[in-house]
Design a protein around this ligand. Structure first.
Ligand code: CP
Length: 314
């Protein structure tokens, strides 16, 4: 694997999930595979799980890890041909090549600004690092994708299903802030590749990018969608059509124990209690959120293993 910026970089999903399981069963089996190799993690935004689980995964493989909160470094310019007389002090062309000399893998978290759909969808940060770095790039959540989260979620589902083809519902939830589409997009993509009966439910005006949802059923009636669900993955995202906007409070879309019925509950975290989902769900045995967060380590470990097999260009 030359990079892991989107689920499309996976050649064989079931094989990779099996590898994630192996990493979980025996985390130190490959403790020398990353010996004398360095993971550099660049954070343009905040993180709890991604930062800690990816660092733990890299260390399980024997790697050194360097994390940089990028707002403590020089402001980067990404536009080609720019006259750099304003705030940005360093171009990604130099930065990516410099960091490549210190790193064997560069991992990047870079959320969208949710102002300009076209700009966000161009994935300017991740794609410029892919273009100018000479080492593999790992996506720690970008404007449109959170592929490590999706991999951890797919394993969590497999671990907790008792059915060959469970019903999985991705249910939009209210939130006071405008949030990106990345987690939802990647969850949709991985469910489309999985043996599940998959339904998305959201209020009108919140349909995800139809190029991603494709022929997946989208219902605007949450009650209808949740009927007979085995897993309910709850997540907020801002409007895609009215890009980055919050269209109303929609508080009745909060997930309750009553709505969940016998299903298992999933969320990528962090989650706002009693806004997105009520305490009674999170505090019940139906909640898989801690399991999902645990699986983040092994998803990252399996992917790092694949990336470590790619030789350095320079
Ligand atoms: N789920 C997730 O990516 O968590 P963090 O934002 O804390 O990394």
């Amino acid at each position: 694997m030359k990079k892991y910026t989107d689920l499309s970089d996976i050649q064989e999903l079931s094989q990779l999930i099996t590898e994630v399981k192996h990493c979980k069963e025996n985390p130190f089996q490959d403790k020398n595979i990353g010996k004398n190799k360095t993971l550099v993690m660049l954070f343009f935004n905040e993180s709890l799980r991604t930062r800690l689980s990816t660092e733990k995964a890299a260390k399980n493989l024997g790697m050194y890890v360097i994390s940089l909160q990028i707002n403590n470094a020089w402001n980067l310019e990404f536009e080609d041909g720019k006259v750099m007389h304003l705030a940005n002090s360093e171009h990604v062309k130099e930065a990516a090549r410099v960091i490549s000399q210190y790193a064997d893998i560069i991992a990047i978290r870079a959320f969208p600004l949710l102002k300009d759909k076209q700009k966000d969808e161009s994935e300017i940060i991740i794609n410029n690092f892919v273009k100018y770095a000479s080492v593999p790039i790992l996506n720690l959540e970008s404007a449109t994708a959170h592929p490590l989260q999706a991999l951890a979620d797919a394993l969590t589902l497999q671990e907790h299903t008792t059915k060959k083809k469970p019903k999985v519902v991705l249910s939009w939830a209210p939130h006071p802030k405008a949030l990106p589409h990345a987690v939802a997009n990647s969850f949709v993509k991985i469910m489309q590749k999985s043996e599940v009966d998959f339904v998305i439910t959201n209020p009108k005006g919140y349909d995800l990018n139809s190029e991603i949802t494709k022929d997946t059923t989208v219902l605007h009636d949450q009650q209808e969608a949740l009927k007979d669900a085995d897993f309910v993955y709850t997540k907020n995202w801002s409007s895609y059509e009215s890009y980055g906007k919050i269209l109303g409070s929609h508080t009745t879309w909060m997930l309750t124990k009553e709505k969940l019925q016998k299903a298992k509950f999933m969320h990528c975290l962090p989650v706002r209690r009693n806004v997105v989902v009520e305490d009674a769900v999170l505090d019940s045995d139906a909640s898989l959120v801690i399991n999902q967060a645990n699986n983040r380590t092994y998803a990252a470990q399996a992917v790092l293993k694949q990336l470590l097999k790619t030789p350095k260009n320079e």
